[in-house]
Ligand binder design. Structure first.
Ligand code: AMP
Ligand code: ZN
Length: 483
């Protein structure tokens, strides 16, 4: 693979943590642009902070597909389904590990879809790549970068002189970081675990390096093995939250480069800043978090339900490297803006075109290190022009909003339903839902007299029905409003 700078340079600038500079992005091979992002450890609901990298890298994946073509980008985001936190959660709740991981994965998929994030092209699971991890561990031992001690395999940090380049830390800082886990079998305090023994009731696999006790992989080796399998030994972009820079990404680099003898693991390293609550990182351990699920599905989100799209909106109002303060005000602002845009487009009678290109102003913002505030300023400009009667601007707004991962049609539909629900008694709501189901059944049976009778019965209660064909399934779907 040779770098083709004429084909690969699309004017995209990205801030590379490795070089600490904003650089021109040129993929190794413009016909196969490759990106890896560290995914969730599946033991609990994702909080809004965890959703930030998902939304940020979803925007980047959309941009790369726009620049290089849909079929020329591979976006891999893994699932860590073997981890101490998962074992602890399963034990404390008396559930099987598989039950914890499977339900968490399903919830994660639903929550991220609600945020408008497209699934990655490949979503590898750690437990399905144990053999690849063991192979890499054996290679590292053979090459003198790792050693066996007390049924563990450890990476020997002093064996890699360039260790620490990504996080730019001094040896003292790294030792302080490693002190959390001082173990007598370590040759050096900075050495980290590649493989560890499993206790009886923990998941375990046959160990590498002739270790007899069954064991399980350390966290860092998972990403090195999965990225190699799906993207190759060196790839273009590696992303994650800023907290992953050290030790996780530093260790991934050490493992991959030493195993493969390469100059780099990924050429560009991108890190999103923290989502904060009153100046502190939102995190499970601080207890200052809202899960995406809470905000979407229940009344726990500060007294109301929020739409996934408003959460996406709020997350994109700040450039990805900067910290954001999470507030309900920002979600309310998102709902207000999306409603206004949806109404404006409806007034113009335009919807996003399936192959509609985004506005150049929006693209220019994104090309500048994913400057989403600039991209949104371009959207506001289009909205102003559309408001003064410019239909072309309205069309560009529809296409651009869609490109950024918003679906205003389904947004207004959901808002209308919610409004209708808010204004009626639970008894009437139950009655309406039952009668709508009965009416759809009558229509399927071509009993149009019964279908009309039900419509009239509901009209007497002030309920107006609207039938729409679902474009994907071809089925008729009925929504309702209450006068
Ligand atoms: P974890 O499950 O803790 O490994 O986190 C999954 C992803 O969310 C990682 O990329 C983290 O860096 C990121 N992350 C965790 N907390 C936050 C936060 N408060 N703000 C932004 N990103 C975060
Ligand atoms: Zn990782």
């Amino acid at each position: 693979m040779s770098a083709d700078t004429t084909q690969g340079d699309k004017g995209l600038l990205l801030t590379n943590t490795l070089t600490r500079t904003k650089e021109k992005f040129v993929p190794m091979d413009a016909s196969s642009v490759r990106m890896y992002v560290c995914g969730p450890t599946v033991y609990d609901y994702a909080h809004v902070g965890n959703a930030r990298p998902v939304v940020v890298f979803d925007v980047l994946a959309r941009l790369l597909r726009q620049l290089y073509g849909k079929d020329h980008v591979t976006y891999v985001r893994n699932i860590t389904d073997v981890d101490d936190k998962i074992n602890e959660r399963a034990a404390s709740e008396g559930r099987s590990i598989r039950e914890v991981t499977e339900t968490t994965v399903a919830q994660y998929h639903a929550d991220m879809a609600a945020l408008g994030a497209l699934p990655p092209d490949v979503e590898p699971r750690a437990t399905e790549h144990i053999e690849e991890m063991k192979e890499m561990i054996e290679t590292l031992v053979k090459k003198g970068h790792a050693y066996v001690a007390d049924d563990h395999v450890l990476f020997h940090v002093p064996s890699m002189p360039e260790y620490g380049q990504l996080s730019n830390r001094t040896l003292d800082e790294m030792i302080a970081g490693a002190r959390v886990e001082v173990a007598s079998y370590k040759k050096d305090p900075t050495d980290f675990v590649l493989w560890k023994p499993s206790k009886e009731n923990e998941p375990g696999w046959d160990s590498p390096c002739a270790i007899e006790t069954p064991g399980r992989p350390g966290w860092h080796i998972e990403c090195s093995a999965m990225s190699e399998k799906h993207l190759g030994k060196v790839f273009d972009i590696h992303g994650g939250g800023i907290d992953l820079t050290f030790p996780h990404h530093e260790n991934e680099i050490a493992q991959s480069r030493c195993a493969h003898g390469t100059h780099a693991m990924a050429n560009v390293w991108l890190h999103n800043g923290f989502l904060q609550v009153e100046g502190e990182k939102m995190s499970k351990s601080l207890g200052n978090f809202f899960t995406v699920h809470q905000l979407l599905d229940t009344e726990e989100g500060g007294g109301r339900k929020w739409s996934g799209q408003a959460i996406r909106y709020a997350l994109l109002q700040t450039q990805y490297r900067q910290p954001i303060d999470f507030t309900f005000k920002s979600l309310a602002e998102g709902e207000k803006q999306l409603t206004r845009w949806a109404e404006l487009l409806k007034k113009h009678g335009v919807t996003a075109q399936s192959d509609g290109a985004p506005d150049q102003g929006v693209l220019d913002g994104l090309l500048d290190d994913l400057n989403t505030p600039r991209a949104f300023a371009a959207l506001h400009k289009l909205a102003r022009e559309a408001r003064s009667g410019d239909v072309e601007a309205a069309q560009k707004l529809a296409n651009s909003v869609n490109f950024l991962g918003f679906d205003l049609e389904s947004y207004s539909k959901a808002q209308a339903e919610e409004k209708a629900e808010a204004n009626v008694s639970p008894e009437l709501k139950k009655k309406v839902e039952e009668l709508i189901a009965k009416r759809l059944e009558a229509r399927r049976a071509k009993d149009f007299a019964e279908s009309d009778r039900i419509r009239d019965e509901l009209a007497a209660d002030g309920v107006v029905l609207k039938d729409m064909k679902n474009k994907e399934t071809g089925e008729i779907e009925t929504t309702w409003t209450c006068a």
